[in-house]
Design a protein around this ligand. Sequence first.
Ligand SMILES: Cc1cc2nc3c(=O)[nH]c(=O)nc-3n(C[C@H](O)[C@H](O)[C@H](O)COP(=O)(O)OP(=O)(O)OC[C@H]3O[C@@H](n4cnc5c(N)ncnc54)[C@H](O)[C@@H]3O)c2cc1C
Length: 284
Amino acid sequence: MSSQIPIQNRLPKTYPISKVKQETEMVKTITFDVSFGARPGQFVMLWVPGVDEVPMSVALDDGKKLQVTFFAVGDTTRKLAEFKKGDLVGIRGPFGTFYEWSAGDRLALVAGGYGAAPMYFVAKEAVKDGCALDVFVGARSKKHLLYLNEFGKLQKTKVHVSTDDGSAGLKGFNVTLLQQFLAEVSTPRLRTGSTADAVDRVFACGPERMLLAVSELSHYRKIPAQLSLERYMKCGFGLCGNCAVDPLGIRICTDGPVVKNDLLRKITEFGKYHRDSMGQKQKT
Ligand SMILES: Cc1cc2nc3c(=O)[nH]c(=O)nc-3n(C[C@H](O)[C@H](O)[C@H](O)COP(=O)(O)OP(=O)(O)OC[C@H]3O[C@@H](n4cnc5c(N)ncnc54)[C@H](O)[C@@H]3O)c2cc1C
């Protein structure tokens, strides 16, 4: 909760970019030689001087460096995409909840778009805990797929790919692949005791339509799921209330972004609408 966030984390401090990597035509990863002690699923507020401050998931925090992977979609992110090594960016955080697993779990990770970045952070850490992973990466087309090489290098990790246009993997959605996969594996061991092939948890990060499908499927299969929900965020630590969701009034910057499926299913606006910077409802 916000009261547990140290005051120094709430204040922006600038750091020089140490590396810029062009991932795809519109996506870049920037690295800072600093650790914020972030956990997989948490986010930071990035301040692009002269433009705005925006929330970004942490793509990696290994105790020495922090990485963020972003789409250049609007004023702030397009400006950030022009930044070079040495340019200063303000960072506050880390904020929000994170994905939780137990050592040795079998995890299904579902990643759409830039959701692949935080999912890679999960995968990297979960493998260290002896987890076995099936990763479902989806994108519009082959050239938009993110983090495939990185996932491919991890131990005990199988990567399943889908693209909307069929240029790589299944032509269709990654949730279809997840559905086929879950139908093949047996009932979760959390519920029934030991079954070697069981999936213990499903984690997802990506577009809300994808999250909705993962939420439904996990609920139907009775597998605990944790999903990362995005809402318009300003302060990042529960003060402004811009990211409060109906009807619970919980703030996604502090009670999320990673939300357990049982709680997510009580958020009636999930999959239907969200609020913009002025608090006006916008159809999802
Ligand atoms: C918890 C969280 C994690 C995110 N992680 C990533 C990430 O890892 N990589 C990435 O590319 N994007 C991420 N986003 C989305 C990112 O914050 C927006 O793409 C970015 O703010 C766009 O800003 P802009 O000024 O470039 O574009 P604008 O033209 O201002 O906005 C484009 C769209 O981005 C969204 N957006 C803008 N400002 C905010 C804001 N303050 N809070 C939430 N959404 C906003 C809105 O949907 C808006 O329609 C994340 C959002 C949240 C809430």
